[in-house]
Design a binder for this molecule. Sequence first.
Ligand code: ADP
Ligand code: MG
Length: 324
Amino acid sequence: MIEFKNVKKVYEDGTEAINGIDLMIPEGKLVALIGPSGCGKTTTMKMINKLIGLTSGTITINGKDISEKDEVELRRNIGYVIQRIGLLPHMTIEENISLIPKLKGWKKEKYENRVEELMNLVGLEPGIYRKKYPLELSGGQQQRVGVIRALAAEPPIILMDEPFSALDPISREQLQNELKHIQNSIHKTIVFVTHDIDEALKLADEIAVMKDGRIEQIATPVELISSPANEFVRSFIGEHRLNVGNKEKSVADIMDDNPVFQHYEESEYETISLDATLSEAAGLFVSKEPHVLVVTKDGKHIGSVSRSDILHAVASENRREAQS
Ligand SMILES: Nc1ncnc2c1ncn2[C@@H]1O[C@H](COP(=O)(O)OP(=O)(O)O)[C@@H](O)[C@H]1O
Ligand SMILES: [Mg+2]
């Protein structure tokens, strides 16, 4: 767990970048920092691995004040991915990925296996790509390498600063899906900076909306779209995302009709009507199970939907709307 207590940052030139933030990033969760350019996202993130020093307040990792930690050691245990990944151009993909494991003294066999495993995880065939150089790969492939390089030494914490924002929309969506998939199995503590609200809604367990060096609201994606704390948050999310209830799509459109619950007790699950709107469905998930059963008017169970399906549908509706 990473905890900020009344953290402030004033740059040398007097810029008050962070004006006293309190923030808790739970173990194993992906927390997105979002807000307009200049609101302090990058500053907040870089204070965690001490690329930027704080002016006052404290940041702790698992209860230990980072001011007492050696920064080189700290950074070896915190993966870092940025927008234009600093892959080292004169090193092969394999050498780039194994850099930190080697610094940590891993044996050759162990890091070679790790490189292979990670490349497979993101669909980069090791036989084809391990000996290539970064510039021989597409932007999307390079960014994949940036992500797996950050995972290579199995750091408990990963910082990602707009990692996908320089990619074309298709690569971006693919990498988002891959990250989500990976996170579902590795459960790292991830701080993810983005200015793209749809990306945050799709990936984050919690979203911190920032403005002028402060946090305006911290909430789950569903809470954020169902009850934004103030006008700023409302307008940042965008009116059309808030009014998901006005969309024609219903649970029937996104339901998984392969019964996923093989051995379930119906009484253990919430149910939702087939014709419920996505916003009604989203409302149900604020504090509930990750799945609900879909029932017809006469109460017959015909499928299920998950929280992530609903958020995904809301996000892709938004994209469709934005394009039309
Ligand atoms: N090295 C610096 N010196 C002075 N001001 C800075 C420095 N880095 C960032 N700032 C200022 O601090 C504020 C927050 O910047 P930043 O954290 O980069 O915002 P974001 O990542 O949300 O766009 C901005 O006003 C920015 O101009
Ligand atoms: Mg930034």
